[in-house]
Design a protein around this ligand. Structure first.
Ligand code: ADP
Ligand code: MG
Length: 701
């Protein structure tokens, strides 16, 4: 149960005056909350303003510069309402100061309200932009007005919040003020020595300052109030990851001791030898699984580095031990592809493979689930359908999660909740920089595949202006006639954006003029059976050019495709370009990548393309990407729709992250159930940052 002291922070937004369900929905969306009901005042408190309006400039009427925001202290002289029956003529209020006269101009004004706000004979403060017309100043609809006698709360510095269009800034501001005013005084959860050393304000003071900045310095990520809150955010994250990890670890692991018999059969069925880093990753994993503790390991490897086979060997060890293993992919296509890789090898070794995805329906699904339950299915490949409640495993020993950055902590907990407490191997294809691994996964053991399989040739990468399309097509013609295969990627900005679909279809039509039937098409709006068919035709060589949107981004494997053309390369992020390029260079042929761009290029786009030409090293590309785009993109949070950090900027707060990790570890060492005084305060922190799921892992208290 949430402690009562936090109640004022969890008041639903709809209870604020002026906030109806519509506004609440907008705010909820902007803040990454699932529904309007779940948008609470704490979410407003943790919403940082991104700029401010400075009203401190007080030049006097005569010296006010055109279109600049000024604050004026004026004596109100007279009102000139709109003439009767002509509401389109503005209502004017004339006023002056020592330097000159100004007209305050209102369209469709309510006379009563204006007479009350700007009474004749009174001194008032007004703030807004001044416009000069024929040598006369006027201010149209001042942003702020107050009687001088009542101007204590007049905001000389006003924060501005980044929110969805359609939200009234005034209502938002009023709600935030209300949330700040009703905020309860909370006990300190940070270590006092740490606070003193870093000169950080307390939580309440930091929130107050966040919404009442003194100047632009207070908006910088390293301003004390922001640093304090960023640390809170990181600590809440690290603490909850540590709790999840502890739970995963605490559930008895089952030592898996395979005899290596099936593994040897699989290895001898492989048409290649494992690379050194594949071999050492397999050793890491088998060692982990032999111990009493549950394995929680991250397998990082660049695109094409051969993670699947490592996963398979780990899975096979579980079958040797008499159990089951699952491999979960983020998409149907990838699940099918894993199946295609694994099935022949499994068959050679005499083990059974099952697939379970959202596409399976009715009897087919029932049968699959039945075989999983009976244990007849030994290796199971699928999507998150694998972890629906209706699916029970006979003896699940290992769960391999591919492309994990698209899954969240929730899914990991769900996995754990399957009761059987399997060992866990998480694979990421995007080589994530260390800081991000820590932020997203907490402390995990890591194996890295650093070499590419033998015989791979470097990929030649060039960038070209789309104006030279004819050259590209001519080159492609040569290549195709000598038997090569090419991907042609068209960008997809939004999953639902029809214009992107059009662009892929149009590109197919254009290419068909030269290549006829040899051009296939695959995009996200096709039915999955159609997608599979298009992929299969390309794999088998029936088509030789595959026009695709980014559905081929992750993991798709057609080893003899050796050319990739990426249209509008300037629209893609680095990580994505790298992923896409990784579709080629997988076979023995030398490969090439053509990045087509539309001029003019932004500086960032230029930098991205030149990094792509310079290097194929995924880890370097990931570091550069972090510099250029920030962490959200890299973690794929945009795709999954989970909100990224509110106050943390990892390019600035990397040092805090390390400290937060150590802090979290230390906290749980000395107060494992968060029951002490600091522990109880830390529970508040977890609630505030919406880490309730981690609190459920604690014993009640
Ligand atoms: P990723 O790490 O991107 O998931 P995959 O596991 O899909 O990479 O492997 C990419 C390709 O490399 C596959 O066709 C696979 O069969 C092949 N492969 C994997 N390991 C080796 C190796 N040691 N030598 C040669 N080819 C390999
Ligand atoms: Mg893969």
């Amino acid at each position: 149960m949430r402690p009562n002291i936090l109640d004022p922070l969890f008041v639903p937004l709809t209870s604020f005056s002026g906030v109806g369900p519509k506004t609440a929905t907008l705010v909820a969306r902007a803040m990454g909350r699932e529904s309007a009901e779940d948008a609470r005042s704490v979410d407003l408190l943790l919403l940082p303003p991104h700029r401010l309006i400075d009203r401190r400039n007080r030049p006097g009427v005569a010296f006010a510069t055109e279109r600049e925001i000024v604050t004026l202290k004026l004596h109100v002289d007279r009102h000139q309402p709109s003439p009767r029956g002509r509401p389109n003529v503005p209502y004017r209020v004339f006023a002056h100061d020592d330097t000159g006269e100004i007209s305050l101009t209102f369209f469709h004004a309510r006379q009563q309200w204006l007479e009350k706000s700007l009474p004749v004979g009174e001194t008032v403060l007004v703030s807004g932009k001044v416009e000069w017309f024929n040598g006369r100043p006027s201010m149209v609809h001042p942003d702020r007005m107050a009687l001088e006698s009542d101007s204590a709360g007049f905001p000389m510095i006003e924060p501005v919040y980044p929110l969805t269009a359609g939200l009234s800034a005034k209502i938002l501001q009023r709600s935030i003020d209300q949330a700040v005013e009703t905020m309860p005084i909370l006990p300190e959860w940070l270590d006092p020595a740490f606070i003193a050393r870093n000169d950080l304000p307390g939580f309440n003071a930091a929130i107050a300052k966040l919404h009442a900045p003194d100047d632009n310095h207070d908006l910088l990520p390293n301003a004390p109030s922001r640093r304090r809150l960023a640390y809170d955010e990181l600590l809440a994250g690290q603490l909850s990851l540590a709790l999840v990890r502890r739970r995963v670890r605490k559930l008895q692991g089952r030592p898996i001791k395979g005899n290596g018999r099936i593994r040897d059969t699989v290895l001898s069925a492989l048409p290649f030898r494992l690379t050194n880093s594949q071999r050492s990753a397999v050793t890491d994993i088998l060692d982990d699984m032999k111990s009493q503790e549950r394995m929680l390991r991250l397998l990082q490897g660049d695109v094409g580095s051969g993670k699947t086979i490592v996963a398979l060997l780990a899975m096979v060890a579980c079958v040797e031990a008499g159990g089951q293993a699952v491999l979960m992919a983020p998409t149907e296509i990838l699940a099918r592809q894993h199946l295609a890789t694994i099935a022949p090898l499994a068959e050679a070794a005499g083990i059974s493979v099952e697939i379970l995805t959202g596409r399976l329906k009715g009897k087919e699904r029932k049968d699959a689930v039945g075989r999983i339950e009976s244990g007849e299915a030994q290796l199971i490949v699928g999507t998150h359908a694998l972890f629906q409640e209706s699916v029970n495993y006979k003896n699940l020993l290992l769960a391999v999660v591919d492309e994990q950055h698209r899954f969240g902590v929730h899914q990991r907990l769900r996995l754990t909740a399957k009761g059987t407490a399997p060992h866990m191997l998480v694979m990421t294809a995007t080589p994530i920089p260390r800081t991000l691994v820590l932020a997203a996964f907490g402390d995990m053991d890591v194996s890295r595949l650093t070499e590419k399989p033998a015989g791979r040739q470097p990929i030649k990468t060039a960038s070209l202006d789309i104006d030279r399309l004819d050259d590209v097509v001519a080159r492609l013609k040569d290549a195709v006639s000598s038997g090569r295969k090419a991907y042609w990627i068209c960008p997809l900005v939004e999953e639902s954006d029809l214009s992107d679909l059009m662009s892929a279809e149009q590109r197919q039509e254009v290419l068909q003029q030269t290549f006829g039937d040899l051009v296939g098409l695959v995009h996200g709006r096709m039915k999955s059976t159609e997608k599979d068919a298009a992929m299969e035709q390309f794999r088998s060589g029936l088509t030789r050019i595959l026009v695709a949107t980014t559905v081929v981004e992750v993991g798709v494997d057609v080893p003899d495709a050796s050319i990739i053309v990426i249209e509008h390369a300037e629209r893609f992020g680095l990580a994505q370009l790298h992923q896409l390029r990784g579709r080629v260079g997988r076979g023995q042929d030398s490969s090439s990548c053509m990045l087509l761009y539309k001029a003019p290029l932004s500086e960032t786009a230029k930098a991205r393309l030149s990094i792509m030409r310079e290097t194929e090293d995924g880890f370097r590309i990931a570091e550069e990407d972090l510099k250029l785009r920030g962490e959200g993109e890299l973690l794929g949070t945009r795709q999954s729709g989970t909100p990224g950090f509110r106050l943390v900027d990892l390019s600035v707060h990397g040092d805090l992250l390390e400290t937060a990790r150590d802090d979290a570890r230390y906290i749980l060492e000395i107060d494992s159930e968060l029951a002490g005084e600091r522990g109880k305060a830390l529970r508040l922190l977890l609630y505030i940052w919406r880490r309730d799921e981690a609190i459920r892992l604690l014993r009640a208290g």
